[in-house]
Design a protein around this ligand. Structure first.
Ligand SMILES: CC(C)(COP(=O)(O)OP(=O)(O)OC[C@H]1O[C@@H](n2cnc3c(N)ncnc32)[C@H](O)[C@@H]1OP(=O)(O)O)[C@@H](O)C(=O)NCCC(=O)NCCS
Length: 164
């Protein structure tokens, strides 16, 4: 578990997902339903051994989550995805998603990956700002990316410079 402090003196921590987090995650995942059947899809990701899920708690209350994967051995592929990131509405704007992305970067680097990737709905301004503010660059727009037919931007962040 990693702990960090947020403004307002509340304590936030990031820990590995537990079976008892399922209802919280699936309920929150309804926010992604305009992109397709993501409650069902995310339910599947929860039992995928290659996907790592971390849950954010603020003062003992579940406030967010991040899905990273698939973490296959990195010699198969150089890129790993932030598959989903979520913060409850009342906890937004305090830097918590940024902190979760920092965890994802450290985890991806430790697992031997060179690049972190994300796909974000083209209309999702908060998420696009989040990724851009943490150093991700828009690579391309992909029409019909999501099961619902909506388009996404692919964003990438290189974790190491060429000569590192
Ligand atoms: C996107 C989301 C995870 C951001 O969570 P958050 O904890 O509020 O984000 P942070 O407080 O860490 O913000 C980090 C940066 O993102 C940007 N940002 C976040 N929310 C924003 C908003 N509503 N409008 C504009 N920029 C925003 C800002 O650049 C911010 O940096 P700054 O505060 O230094 O200006 C949250 O809005 C969310 O859960 N949305 C619904 C789920 C979703 O769309 N997930 C992404 C797709 S997988």
């Amino acid at each position: 578990m990693s702990n960090f402090f947020t403004p307002g003196k509340s304590t936030a921590s990031l820990r590995r997902v537990r079976p008892t987090d399922r209802d919280f995650i699936l309920d929150a995942s309804r926010v992604f339903e305009k992109f397709g059947p993501y409650v069902e899809i995310i339910n599947g990701w929860l039992t995928d051994p290659w996907i790592e899920v971390m849950v954010l708690e603020t003062d003992g209350t579940k406030t967010g989550f991040i899905f990273l994967g698939p973490l296959f051995p990195s010699y198969f592929r150089a890129t790993v995805d932030v598959m989903a990131i979520y913060v409850r509405p009342e906890a937004r704007g305090k830097g918590l998603a940024k902190r979760m992305l920092r965890w994802a970067e450290a985890r991806a680097l430790a697992a031997g990956y060179l690049t972190l990737r994300a796909h974000v709905g083209c209309e999702n301004e908060p998420a696009l700002s989040l990724f851009k503010s943490t150093g991700f660059k828009v690579i391309k727009k992909i029409e019909n990316y999501y099961p619902s037919g909506l388009a996404a931007y692919e964003l990438r962040k290189r974790l190491l410079k060429e000569n590192e």
